[in-house]
Every structure is written in C-alpha cells, then in structure tokens.
Design a protein around this ligand. Sequence first.
Ligand SMILES: [Zn+2]
Ligand SMILES: [Zn+2]
Length: 335
Amino acid sequence: MQRRVVIPGLVGLMLLIASVRWWQASQEIEDTILQFHPPSLEQRLAAIGDIRDLSPTLQKAFTPGRNFLPMPMPGPRDWLAKYPEGGQTFNDFLRSEPNRLDDQRRLIYLQPIGDFATNFAPSLEKLREFTETYFTLETKLLPTLTIAADQVTTRVREGTERPQWLAADLLKLLEPQLPPDAYCLLGITLTDLFSQTTDTYVFGQATIKNRTGIFSFARFDPAFYDDPRPTDVKTLILRRSCHTLAHETCHIFGMQHCIFYSCPVNGSNHLAENDSRPMQLCPVCLRKLHAIVGFDPVERDRKLQEVYQQFQFLDEAAWIQRRLRAVAGESHRNN
Ligand SMILES: [Zn+2]
Ligand SMILES: [Zn+2]
C-alpha cells in the first residue's frame, strides 16, 4: 500500500520537477526570441553569402568595409524591440523565389492618388527620377487618380483629426490596373493610411504576389503634427518620401526587413527611427536587388550621386563619394 502511495508520489514529484524545468527552459527560449541581439560580424558576412565566384567589382560592392554601420541595439520604442525579427539572408531571399524580371515585365509605374498640387508635396518628377535611378529600371509616372468617397473606407483619426484611407481598399483598386509591362505598380498619396490590423496608421502596404503597393507621405511634413516647418522642409519631405519609396518597393522585390546593418530596409516603428536610417542599401540588400535587376553597382552609384546632388541630399552624396573610393578607386568627382 505504502509503495503504491510513495511511488506515484515520487513520480508526481519528478513530473513536477520536470515540468518546472520545462517551464524554465521554455521561458528562456521565449526571452531569447523576444530579445533582439544585433548580428555579429560573422553573421553579417554569412547573410551576404559566398561572393568568391563574382567579378572583382561585385565582390567589392558586396564587401562592407567601413562604409556600412552594423545594426545597433534597438531602443525601447524601436521596431526590433517591439517586433524581434530573425532576418532574411541573401540565400533565404533566393529560396523565397521573388518576382523576377522577364522580357515582358521590366518597368516600374508610379500612380499618384489624390491631391499632389499642394505647396509642400514632394515633386512627382523627382520621385520618378529617384525610383528609376535607385532600382535601375525605367519608371513611368501615371496621371493622378482621383478617388471618390465610396471607393475607399475613410475614417478620421482621433488625435490628428485628419482623414485616413484604408490601405487595403486602395490596393484592391490598384491591383486590376497593373500594366502588362509593369514589374510593379506603386500607389503614392498624401492622405494618411490605416490598416485593419493597426489602430494608428501605416506608412504603406504592399503585396509581393500582386506586385502592387500603396505608400503615404502624409506624415513627412512636420505640419501634419502641427510642428513648425524648418527652412529646408522641402528637402526633408523629399528625402523621407524617397526613403519610404525605397523601403516599400524593396518589399515588393521580395525583401523582408533587414536586421544586419543600418539600412533603408530596416523595420521602423516611428518617424525618428525612420529618419535615422540611411538611404543606401546595405551589402545584403544590395545583393538581393542585384540578383533581380543585374546592374553595374559603380554605374548605379555614379547616377545616384548626381540625383542626390541635384536633390540637395548632401549626406547621401558624400557617402557615395566615399563608397566609390572604396569600390572603384575614385579619388574625387566634382559633379
Ligand atoms: Zn517594411
Ligand atoms: Zn539591408
């Protein structure tokens, strides 16, 4: 009798100890998953992948050197503190079978939606020029689309008292409009956007499968938050708009958020975090874009430098100067 009592008691105690250990172990795993640790140099290089069989120029273009900053530890409000991500290496990207260029689909289309005729709207022609140079694909600007009230779910966001459009409704409107020669169709608007899964706002939303995205530049003018406009506000709005175009279009090219370097493809949880990210793609993301488009990286950088100088993006132009020195051995360019 005693045995029958003792043995189940011991088994029960052992089971209790085992389940406590299991609970502790699973808590440790959960803590590891929930806390983001910036990848080490070895992990960053592994994410770029094996470049030994590439041409000398490509090897230099995908070698980080001192021109790229590693991903910093996120602050408490930053994206990776809220949404820890595992990252997508170059090889993961290839395995995901992103949309390829083919003989038919080789163009990017920009579709302005709603009013862009305001004083502080980014120049549509400059956005077209940036997109064409950054992605090295011919980019066409479509005539501005006016949206009727019954075509999109609209709400007024408490706090800003400004109208917001449901991004999914705009995607549904755009998807049937994808031109037959489009690699992708990018809707852009100055109206704030929201999605069904967030109660605040979204900068954009895209579907890789349908090659379509919708991005809002509404929050890039400090006046949106009733903040004063700095003297260089037009350059600030244009830079933020170009940065968002780069980020969201990279998603349509099949790229997930970058966790390896400070990069425009990093997730971003607020405007200050967005502003802190550079315009230049890190070597992991540059190699992904190159796998789809196949550009000459030196030629791309030279053209980007001209665009940045023309747009008064002086930090970006200076960075390319340094990068061209490392990749192409160029000591000085005046234009
Ligand atoms: Zn994103
Ligand atoms: Zn990156």
